[in-house]
Design a protein around this ligand. Structure first.
Ligand SMILES: [Zn+2]
Length: 64
């Protein structure tokens, strides 16, 4: 897995895998906004999180 690979998105205070994010928000660009009007943040493979990232929609783990 490449460090700069986008493994998911943070939007509406939830974590989304790429497939669910596209389904919920449509085609994603760096200007895409969530339902609260905030920018949707891509999550990169190199980002460090204190807890395992799981898509809140399909419950798939984003990391291994
Ligand atoms: Zn998902």
């Amino acid at each position: 897995m490449k460090a700069w690979e986008v493994i998911g998105y943070a939007a509406d205070a939830d974590i989304w895998c790429p497939a669910c994010a596209r389904e919920a928000y449509g085609p994603l660009t760096d200007q895409s906004e969530d339902h609260e009007g905030n920018l949707i943040h891509p999550i990169f493979a190199c980002d460090e999180w204190d807890y395992p990232l799981v898509c809140h929609c399909c419950h798939e783990a984003l990391t291994e």
